[in-house]
Design a protein around this ligand. Sequence first.
Ligand code: FES
Length: 508
Amino acid sequence: MMSEHMPRYPEPFWRKESETTEYPALTDNTDCDVAVVGGGIAGITTAYLLQKEGKNVVLIDAGKLINGTTGHTTAKITSQHGLFYDELINHFGKEKARHYYDANQEGLEFIEELVNELSIDCDFSHEDAFVFTQDPDEIFKIKKEDEAYQQLDINGGLIDEKTLPFYTRAAIVMRDQAQFHPVKYLNALTDAFIKAGGTVYENTTASDVKTGDRPAVITREGHEITCDHVVAASHFPFYDGMGFYFARMHAERSYSLAVKTSKPITSGMYINAEDPKRSIRCTPAEDGYLMIIGGEKHKTGQGIDTSKHYDALAAYSREMFPDAEILYRWATHDLITMDKLPYIGHITERHKNIFVATGFHKWGMTNGTIAAKIIRDGILEKENTYRELFTPHRMKADPGIKEFVKENANVAKYFVKGKAEMVRRKPEDLASDEGGVVTVKGKRAGAYKDPDGLLHAVDTTCTHMGCECEWNDGDRTWDCPCHGSRFNVQGEVIEGPADKPLRKLDLE
Ligand code: FES
């Protein structure tokens, strides 16, 4: 059970503070130049850029805009992705590592350009970004990362750790990065998209693509959006096209708190080198500042009792800020590709009119923005410097393939384990506001007893590819360990790739 100091229900600070969007659902067939699926930073930016180029764009989202990973981020706009550049040089060589840095810097600069061009009031500020360690055994990693910064001519390097506002053993800085309020930024970008003639449909789930010269996105309700190009920017791609994305990415879950304190750290963005991960930044709020404390990553659906992760972050927050008051808590899923670089480009080599942007690791603000530019250029048939680096068809060159086979074996283990598991607990054994795996008529099922004593029971077989969902006690959701789908207690989809609800069970 969650500690009493924690907000009862998860809700990201970013969404609480901004107006929620209200767009209609698609109720008929329609036709356009480009159909963009997914209302996060990659989808909205792509839609805006193409509409500005004179394309007629339709943007759809399965739920509300900016309510997926983008609405649940820590919203750092940075090319410093933890300790990454030493690893990148080792795997890809110096040139590609520098290319990755350049791409992310371009993403950062482009966000700033749009903020200025459209006069977006979104708390954008320049900040230095730091990786620090409090563990003496990790100091060598910071030093190696510093060597990588020097080789790649990155603006930053080792700094005197005593200059950080809390105890550290070593730290490295990347200068002149940024942060913002992602929902305020993307609401403004959506407004600009609509003003330019674009169309948005919410609560419209894409479930398939009819391929051809003029493909069509098919929605769950059976409506078709016929177009010249499809863009799958739906976090996990809603359409696979035999690109085997389900076997080339895994999902990780991490947690965030928004914390009020009388002594906020108002400058800099911080992340540690060791595990468990800890990410720290500040954000302006209604009456002062809040600290955003993130971390506690684990594979989706494999975190046992997820409320423990929130509690661990809360304990850390109080260590840092003794008067910390936790106002918001939320969790997110990130998709990690085989080599940790996003997949951006044609979904397969055969499908030249279907594009994908996915696998942003935990760094979607810059990667999602550069994805939008790459896809815009692809559709306009213009060259883009970063096309090759991010092409989804680089499978053969993946250096992490051994590691990845291990990861997927882990996923497969969960597939089999879930099916074979013996469960003795019955729905009536659940306490109020408790959920879990139970047995119903001798079969594995999922049940949740709400505070009014009403039982909600579902078949826990994920409607994506059949893995068994696990109960997430922290958020009161059913999470799939295989590719990160999430369902609410009634079985409705919160997050794909699943596009169909879990089967409801009648307990009578
Ligand atoms: Fe793929 Fe559940 S998300 S099987």
